[in-house]
Design a protein around this ligand. Structure first.
Ligand SMILES: NC(=O)c1ccc[n+]([C@@H]2O[C@H](COP(=O)([O-])OP(=O)(O)OC[C@H]3O[C@@H](n4cnc5c(N)ncnc54)[C@H](OP(=O)(O)O)[C@@H]3O)[C@@H](O)[C@H]2O)c1
Length: 257
């Protein structure tokens, strides 16, 4: 196991769910953090809390990953002590709607493609050159089981996560001689803010997604991300699928009444 003490980790989408859990888990390991999301008040609160609790250096930034100029500016203007990024965790993402394609709202498609695909590309593009130059670094993408199997009413979300999978695989090929690891962690059902966002704030529909089974938690995913990040340099966890025990595929669940 390799120590994360003093390493700098850049995480997107830290104000909720998996990203928030990763932030606490990496701070606990002693990593210094650049943490980002759009809701800057929440990012700042988390930054204060983890620097108090774990004594690590934290740089909070307001960042919408879907805005290329904003991403480039944010990375270019990092303070000197946070400029060298050892690990990038591309976590920011969302689902919008769960409808048959022909009944779905294309506005949600734009949001998902802009965030889950273009956002991941923009952040990676801004940070990767320094890793290539140094011949060291690690990128961990939060994909999804939806990137392995399509499911009904999820054409565009599944397409974005298939894109994350393709980008991860292709990047690994491009970086094979650069000593840079690229990994993807692909969860099934995790109880986070995801469903509430997907159903545009409808609490009832969001709760139903987790009804009758014990979903994974953000902490479960963070555990896998920390495991991936702390292997020796020669050891790349290329892909990992994480399911709750009562899930067997994107569509097969066992739910108790
Ligand atoms: N929950 C699941 O069942 C599940 C399963 C598989 C994969 N995933 C993936 O896990 C990742 C995290 O989702 P989650 O489940 O933790 O959901 P969540 O609780 O809703 O958290 C999503 C995070 O992404 C941020 N975000 C959304 N759009 C953004 C943008 N344009 N720019 C920057 N940050 C943005 C949000 O922050 P702001 O709103 O403050 O910007 C929030 O912090 C996503 O990529 C999701 O696709 C989730």
């Amino acid at each position: 196991m390799v120590s994360l003490k003093g390493k700098t980790v850049f995480i997107t989408g830290v104000t909720s769910g998996i990203g928030k859990s990763c932030t606490y888990a990496f701070a606990k390991e002693g990593a210094n953090l650049v943490i980002s999301a759009r809701r800057i008040n929440l990012v700042n609160e988390i930054a204060d809390d983890i620097s108090k609790k774990y004594g690590v250096n934290v740089h909070p930034i307001k960042l919408d990953v879907s805005k290329r100029d904003e991403v480039n500016k944010a990375v270019d203007s990092l303070p000197a002590e946070f400029k060298k990024i050892d690990l990038l965790i591309n976590n920011a993402g969302l689902g919008r709607g769960l409808n048959k394609f022909y009944e779905d709202n294309p506005d949600g498609w734009e949001e998902m493609i802009d965030t889950n695909v273009k956002g991941l590309l923009y952040v990676t593009n801004a940070i990767l050159p320094q890793m290539v130059e140094r011949k060291s670094g690690h990128i961990i993408n939060i994909g999804s089981i939806a990137g392995r199997e399509a499911y009904p009413k999820g054409a565009v979300y599944c397409a974005t996560k298939h894109a994350v999978d393709a980008i991860t695989r292709s990047l690994r090929m491009d970086l094979v001689d650069k000593n840079i690891r690229v990994s993807t962690i692909d969860p099934g059902l995790v109880e986070t803010g995801f469903s509430k966002v997907r159903f545009y704030g409808d609490e009832e529909k969001a709760k139903n997604a987790y009804k009758g089974l014990k979903p994974l938690t953000g902490e479960d995913i963070a555990e896998a991300v920390v495991f991936t990040a702390t292997r020796s340099e020669h050891f790349n966890v290329a892909q990992m699928i994480l399911f709750p025990t009562n899930q067997a595929s994107t569509t097969i669940f066992h739910r108790e009444d």
